[in-house]
Design a protein around this ligand. Structure first.
Ligand code: NI
Length: 201
């Protein structure tokens, strides 16, 4: 029994390390995207058509004039997504009245399970202004591609759910014209995020 426990622990640590490497690679590719934008004009973000918590179709035009703080994830995510959404909410609270120009947005990369109803209940847990967007698999794929966000379905033997989602964990700040301003990688704390946002407000 004890031996099995140790083997399970070692296996768990190996998986965690591999996942860490995978995520850092995603962050690096996202940072390269940012440099690419500066150098060659590669675009982060763009037009999208998605579905809000009321089941209504929304596009980038609905957010014109507002800053967007965007995160892609999924509601079944055990820790990364809730942590990141909490950081976004805290950063916005830290900024006070200035932050009223910002709409935090959570876009699911698991539209199969994240229906508008599920999204409505979930986003309410984090911030009153947090907007949850879902859509058809094609709409989600197009939005993720525009922001260079990677995701894929993965089997999850340790969960009662059939599958989990691997995904990059990056927060994007977009300006009032929908223009890309800045990204925040994993591990950015709320104060650091608030500082980064404040530069642009
Ligand atoms: Ni997640």
């Amino acid at each position: 029994m004890k031996r099995n426990g140790i083997i399970a622990l070692v296996a768990g640590v190996a998986v965690a390390i591999l996942a860490g490497i995978w995520i850092s690679n995603l962050v690096i590719s996202a940072v390269e995207t940012r440099d690419g934008q500066a150098a060659g004009g590669a675009r982060v973000g763009g037009p999208f058509t998605l579905v809000n918590e009321q089941g209504e179709s929304v596009t980038e035009a609905d957010f014109r004039g507002r800053y967007m703080l965007i995160y892609f994830g999924f509601t079944f995510c055990p820790d990364v997504c809730p942590t990141e959404l909490q950081v976004m909410a805290s950063a916005i609270e830290t900024l006070g009245p200035e932050a009223e120009k910002i709409t935090p947005v959570f876009i699911t990369i698991d539209p199969e399970r994240d229906t508008p109803e599920v999204m409505a209940r979930y986003v309410a847990l984090f911030h009153p202004r947090l907007t949850g967007l879902t859509g058809t698999p094609e709409q989600i794929a197009a939005a993720a591609k525009a922001w260079h966000v990677f995701y894929r379905k993965a089997e999850d033997e340790n969960s009662s759910e059939d599958y989990t989602m691997d995904h990059s964990s990056i927060v994007f700040l977009m300006g009032p014209e929908g223009e890309y301003l800045k990204l925040f990688g994993p591990g950015t704390g709320p104060d650091k995020m608030a500082e980064g946002i404040a530069e642009f407000l």
